[in-house]
Write a protein that binds this ligand. Structure first.
Ligand code: HEM
Ligand code: HEM
Length: 196
């Protein structure tokens, strides 16, 4: 949603303020949660019913997803602070590049909200009182309805993997950052673990 472009002019004010730093901290915490959710989700959906750790994995998946919903609220509030401090000083230049980033980030925000909603839709329509947050029962949002479990399952499946496709596009667009972090990581490994 935010389109925080790198500052190009040397005399321009740096964009790294405390709200932006906070936004990026939430960004990395949430990115780690999504990694856990995609790994747990795609593996648990393929586990045999009788496996003893199947239920705890489902509960873990739902609990981490609820954490991301809470973090999303905090992220939106932080994003509004970043926008306020940035765009009240200087409105954005509405270039093609700006609109492209805006569209991609807005889509990511919509998915961050819609994917957990379809998860609740699936769990609640399958059985009432089916969602727990680390053992604490979470009230139902949707009614139990076995007739639509198939639709609910497909909606969670398609929303989740389309979200993943958008994340991959975003990662490709941030490829320079991925490369820089990878090099930093290699440097750290060499400095600390390479044989003298
Ligand atoms: C390896 C994984 C990732 C990398 C390297 C990465 C990199 C970045 C970078 C460098 C920015 C700042 C762009 C700027 O404003 O200059 C950014 C922003 C953003 N990223 Fe990622 N990202 C990753 C994963 C994700 C994931 C999993 C999501 C899930 C939704 C995501 C959503 C966003 C959004 C919405 C923004 C705009 C800032 C905000 O509103 O938080 N990113 N990303
Ligand atoms: C951003 C949040 C979420 C992500 C990224 C996510 C991702 C996934 C993925 C990738 C799958 C595997 C689908 C498949 O391959 O069949 C899955 C399955 C599942 N998810 Fe989520 N999920 C999220 C939130 C939730 C929430 C909030 C709930 C319930 C409250 C939930 C309940 C389930 C259930 C019950 C399954 C198993 C489906 C089956 O057995 O076929 N998910 N999720």
């Amino acid at each position: 949603m935010s389109t925080l472009q790198p500052v190009k002019k040397s005399n321009a004010k740096p964009r790294i303020n405390s709200a932006f730093k906070q936004l990026m901290s939430i960004h990395w915490i949430m990115a780690s949660c999504y990694l856990i959710l995609f790994v747990s989700g795609s593996s648990m959906a393929r586990l045999p019913d009788e496996l003893f750790f199947r239920d705890p994995v489902y509960e873990f998946h739902k609990s981490i997803a609820i954490v991301t919903v809470a973090l999303l609220t905090w992220r939106i509030l932080t994003l509004l602070r970043v926008w306020w401090s940035k765009y009240t000083k200087r409105p954005p230049k509405l270039t093609k590049e700006w609109w492209k980033t805006f569209a991609l980030h807005t889509s990511l925000y919509i998915f961050m909200w819609a994917v957990p909603v379809t998860g609740f839709f699936l769990s609640n329509s399958y059985r009432s009182n089916n969602v727990k947050f680390f053992g604490i029962l979470v009230p139902d949002i949707f009614p139990q309805n076995s007739a639509i479990v198939g639709i609910a399952r497909s909606s969670h499946f398609w929303f989740a993997y389309t979200f993943l496709a958008f994340i991959l596009i975003h990662i490709l667009m941030q490829w320079k950052v991925v490369r820089a972090n990878y090099r930093r990581f290699l440097g750290f490994v060499k400095a600390n673990f390479a044989k003298a």
